[in-house]
Write a protein that binds this ligand. Structure first.
Ligand SMILES: *Cc1c(COP(=O)(O)O)cnc(C)c1O
Length: 368
């Protein structure tokens, strides 16, 4: 029996994408499915996103783009994270759009396109202030000149950037980055390049910055139903979390007051009680930092927290003296009837992105 069951509601992913499309009526939607679709399963999540209306898919790594093609996806896919060693030939053959952040990467793409006799579709990545991927604005003209000089091999179809602080609506970096982006677009268009798509907005900007939707929005976390920002009215934009994580009680036993629980005895039973053992630990994705009254679960509709340290493959719950649960009963770690990924993030001192990547990354996904 698997120790943690991770199930994904793919229909919820389709509905989330369709909601996001409704919130960006002037733009196309690129569902970001990097990192195994944030732990939700690349191929099935991508198919669900397509069903929901994503005309584009976005991935970081070349092998993710090729996996989408191998699974039969024939729509637009953009891949953006690699150095000059990228396997450009295979990606161009597969009809994957490629991002270019630098001259060495562009050179690889040009050489591969010439060898394969196919023109590469390229999106120029602009570093507007995140200082991660992208060409700095002062280096943009040289990159554009190189792309134009190789226009037998590459077609510049897109320009994009990424925001540093979109999850803090109103943060001054958002407008500053948008202004740098707009200036870069002018530089590109002044060279006679007719862009098919200009794109800047991640989930938070898709939800809160309608002026930054341009031609295409690139939501990731919201596709999986996790709101990057509250909707202002205490709501969650109608997004539906797609991932459910459960385990089961392997053992339930009565223990007297005053017994130390788990390594280091950081918890001592405060009264005669009934303990439940769950056979999932940090090797299954449960953060070790979520022990000692932090990691949330629900058992029989009751909210409980892990007691004592999180071990490699098990944790203990104090079910209370009157508990009626028995071995085999379900423990909900993440679900509509239990804690959220955000609850886990707060317990573990991280963000919900890392929670779903981690739980999802270590476990098999099953279709409901
Ligand atoms: C991950 C990523 C996104 C999606 O970000 P979310 O915050 O999950 O919406 C969009 N664009 C780029 C370049 C990314 O790396």
């Amino acid at each position: 029996m698997s120790r943690l069951e991770v199930s994904v509601d793919y229909a919820a992913i389709a509905r989330n994408v369709s909601r996001l499309a409704g919130m960006a009526p002037g733009a196309a939607v690129m569902a970001v499915v990097k990192a195994d679709a944030y732990g939700h399963g690349l191929v099935d999540a991508a198919a669900a996103a397509r069903e929901g209306g994503a005309t584009w898919l976005g991935v970081a790594q070349p092998d993710e783009a090729l996996a989408l093609r191998a699974a039969g996806d024939t729509g637009r896919v953009l891949c953006w994270l690699y150095g000059p060693e990228l396997p450009a030939r295979g990606l161009i053959r597969a009809g994957v759009d490629l991002s270019a952040s630098s001259l060495p990467v562009l050179d690889t793409i040009v050489a591969a396109a010439r060898m394969s006799g196919e023109r590469a579709r390229v999106h120029i990545a602009i570093d507007t202030g995140l200082s991660r991927e992208g060409v700095r604005p002062e280096a943009l003209p040289a990159l554009l000149d190189a792309a134009l000089a190789a226009d037998d091999a590459v077609e510049v179809v897109g320009a994009w950037s990424h925001l540093a602080w979109a999850d803090r609506p109103g943060d001054p970096t958002i407008d500053r980055q948008a202004a740098v982006f707009r200036e870069a677009l002018v530089v590109i268009e002044e060279r006679g390049i007719a862009l098919e798509v200009r794109h800047l907005a991640n989930s938070a900007a898709t939800l809160t910055c309608p002026d930054l939707h341009f031609d295409l929005v690139r939501p990731g976390i919201a596709v999986y139903g996790l709101p990057p920002v509250p909707d202002g009215g205490g709501g969650d934009w109608g997004l539906e979390p797609a991932m459910r994580v459960t385990a089961s009680l392997a053992l339930v036993k009565d223990v007297p007051a005053g017994e130390g629980v788990s390594y280091g005895h950081e918890y001592t039973t405060p009264r005669d009680t009934r303990l439940g053992l769950v056979t999932a630990g940090y090797s299954d994705g449960i953060f070790r930092s979520a022990g000692n009254g932090r990691g949330p679960v629900a058992v029989g509709g009751r909210a409980l927290r892990i007691v004592g340290r999180v071990c490699m493959d098990q944790v203990v719950l104090d079910l209370g003296p009157d508990a009626t649960e028995r071995a085999g009963d379900q423990v909900v770690l993440i679900g509509a009837d239990g804690p959220s990924a955000r609850d886990w993030a707060e317990a573990a001192g991280t963000i919900d992105y890392e929670i779903v990547c981690r739980f999802g990354g270590l476990k098999e996904k099953q279709r409901p």
